[in-house]
Design a protein around this ligand. Structure first.
Ligand code: GLU
Length: 304
């Protein structure tokens, strides 16, 4: 596996396609040359190459883990009725998608549905809810995590669009706590720092039936793993998820910080970090490198 990761990194290291996310100003400042890949198997073996221990903002990938927490709390039927499960066909931060579907966010991996999902996390105070969010991410990563304060402040100053979406959902009855407080917690959640190595461990929990293969601790009920992976298959790479599924054939999730996760259930998780993104918001090098590794190892779920 190590040589496969190293070859994928070497093949695409000089691919300068895409651009860092710039709508969050601090993300535009990150070096575009950073490129790391990690793999974690269901028995906890870890392989990594390149910048796999450089921290980056988890961003949208955090949505998968808050979804896992909330499904465990309320069950997948309740999640379907309160959030939904279907692709929007629109960009990740679309207001139109909400308006087109009578105010329902449609799925938990676009910003609207992800913020509504965070609004379902129980807690009397913002600190209670935050402690749940960060403890949940830490259980998946297997160690303590912290917020990138610069990215958090940069995103807080520019997240008016997300605040608008949260209030719109509230007006339609699809937001389950105070919009301003939840958007702030969601923004902090997106600013949590992880590495490609962490992300591969976090994804391996899903590949391993909900048990972290490194710590041995259960982080999500086994019956709730398939719905989470199904969401990733439908909306994990925003409005280009279909293309990803067509080529890679495994559940994936990207973030505008440059992270990308791919899960091969029962086998291993792959994660990459490379900041330049395509127009849909997915890491350019990450998609190419993970696709290459997935193809080389025959991990596509639809192969017989
Ligand atoms: N925090 C980002 C936002 O809400 C996450 C988006 C992403 O990574 O796709 O816009």
């Amino acid at each position: 596996m190590h040589s496969s990761l190293a070859q994928a990194r070497e093949e695409y290291a000089d691919d300068h396609g895409g651009r860092n996310a710039s709508y969050i100003p601090a993300l535009a400042q990150v070096s575009s040359n950073l490129f790391g890949i990690a793999a974690v198997s269901c028995n906890g073996d870890i392989v990594e190459v390149g910048d796999a221990e450089v921290p980056f903002a988890i961003e949208s990938i955090s949505k998968v883990f808050s979804l896992a927490y909330v499904i465990d709390q309320i069950g997948h039927r309740e999640l379907l009725s309160k959030i939904g499960a279907n692709p929007t066909g629109e960009p990740f931060n679309s207001v139109m998608a909400v308006e087109l579907h009578h105010g329902k966010p449609l799925n938990p991996l676009v910003n609207a549905g992800a913020m509504a999902t965070v609004s379902l996390i129980p807690g009397k105070t913002p600190d209670d809810i935050w402690n749940t969010i960060i403890s949940n991410l830490e259980a998946f990563a297997g160690h303590s995590l912290s917020v990138d304060e610069e990215i958090y402040h940069s995103e807080s100053e520019t997240n008016q669009h997300n605040r608008g979406i949260a209030w719109l959902l509230k007006s339609y009855g699809y937001f389950y706590n105070d919009p301003d407080m939840i958007v702030d917690l969601y923004t902090r959640m997106c600013s949590v720092k992880i590495t490609a190595r962490d992300l591969a461990v976090m994804g391996a929990c899903f590949c391993n039936g909900g048990v972290n293969p490194v710590t041995g601790k259960r982080v999500v009920k086994d019956t709730n793993v398939p719905p989470v992976l199904a969401e990733m298959c439908m909306s994990g790479l925003y409005d280009s998820t279909g293309t990803w599924m067509y080529e890679a054939g495994v559940p994936g999730k990207s973030g505008v910080g440059g992270g990308l996760l791919a899960c091969a259930p029962g086998k291993l998780a792959l994660a990459s970090y490379s900041p330049p993104l395509d127009v849909a918001g997915n890491s350019v090098r990450g998609q190419k490198a993970l696709n290459r590794i997935i193809t080389e190892h025959g991990l596509n779920l639809f192969l017989s």
